[in-house]
Design a protein around this ligand. Structure first.
Ligand code: NAG
Ligand code: NAG
Length: 291
């Protein structure tokens, strides 16, 4: 009875999951390869992938045991594939190469096999992260810029010590042919602000980069060296400690037979001569001896 209830519950759960199953979000990186997951019920399959948000464009189809690309939208030509060796075991995932901004949107995966029909939806989001931020000074003006970013980046200035620099900057954004963004922003420090350190930060939902003027690159490489030094010191200390511990343990194992006269003698000796931790490690041997 309990088993029955459980089964009913599971069926209901699966059913509601299918009905309400929300879209799966997939993040893809500009010009990289991206996998849109989808599974079928397994068996001989008909698979259709559509870009639903762009008027149900045909992305990829598979039936009668092979890819069927006759109706494929030309935007996807040569960029799609399925995992053909895994289709019969229920893998209907789509591999999309050289992802572009226009690939963003909602995709529908339709699968039909002798075991059932399934539809699932993927929301493809694309990111072109902020790679490099450049800062330059011309005359009295500082210009900060970066290119090829998606989605629309945010740019903020800050100074150390703080000032109201953000209210005085002049930021421009341009869209490239590939629908990415170039961004640049200029500030002209007043005479009283020429001693400040200026930082420019450009960020998107998944990336963030800053640069500072006057350049801190020498400082950065110094701190890089310091970090490397500290890491090296930690690693060396660790290795020395490990080797020391091993030598110590080995010596101890060699000494051990002489010190196992009786349990009580052994334990008390252990406490007197060694640290608590070492003593605990030896305990199983003590038990073995007493058995
Ligand atoms: C399909 O196969 C690919 C490649 O082995 C794998 O990475 C992916 O997780 C599989 N997807 C599903 C839904 O089984
Ligand atoms: C964006 O930046 C790139 C790289 O510098 C440049 O080739 C392109 O012309 C720029 N596009 C626009 C619209 O400013």
């Amino acid at each position: 009875m309990a088993g029955n209830k459980c089964a009913v519950f599971l069926v209901l759960l699966t059913f509601t999951r299918t009905l309400t199953g929300g879209d799966t979000d997939v993040s893809c990186i500009f010009m990289e390869t991206c996998m849109l997951p989808c599974s079928s019920e397994g068996g001989t399959a008909v698979i259709h992938w559509f870009q639903q948000s762009a008027g149900n464009r045909f992305v990829h189809s598979f039936y009668e045991g092979k890819d069927q690309l006759g109706l494929q939208n030309q935007r996807f030509r040569g960029r799609t594939s399925l995992f053909s060796d895994q289709i019969s075991s229920g893998n209907a995932s789509l591999l999309l190469t050289k992802v572009e901004v226009q690939d963003e949107g909602r995709y529908k995966c339709y699968t039909s096999t002798e075991n059932g029909i399934k539809e699932s939806f993927i929301n493809l989001k694309m990111d072109a992260p902020v790679h490099e931020v450049d800062i330059q000074r011309e005359g009295n003006t500082l210009t900060c810029c970066s290119e090829g970013i998606y989605p629309e980046p945010k740019l903020t200035w800050s100074t150390s010590p703080p000032s109201n620099v953000n209210s005085k900057c002049n930021t421009r954004m341009q869209e490239t042919e590939q629908h990415l963004y170039n961004i640049s922003s200029s500030v002209t420090p007043s005479d009283s602000e020429t001693d400040l350190t200026f930082s420019c930060t450009i960020s998107t939902r998944r990336s963030k980069r800053s640069v500072t003027w006057p350049s801190t690159s020498s400082k950065q490489s110094n701190s890089g060296a310091t970090v490397a030094g500290v890491i090296a010191a930690i690693v060396i200390t660790g290795v020395v400690a490990a080797v020391g511990f091993m030598l110590y343990k080995r010596r101890k194992v060699q000494q051990e037979p002489q010190s196992t006269d009786s349990d009580s003698a052994y334990v008390s000796k252990c406490f007197m001569n060694y640290s608590m931790k070492t003593c605990l490690k030896i305990k199983p041997d003590v038990y073995n001896d007493s058995n």
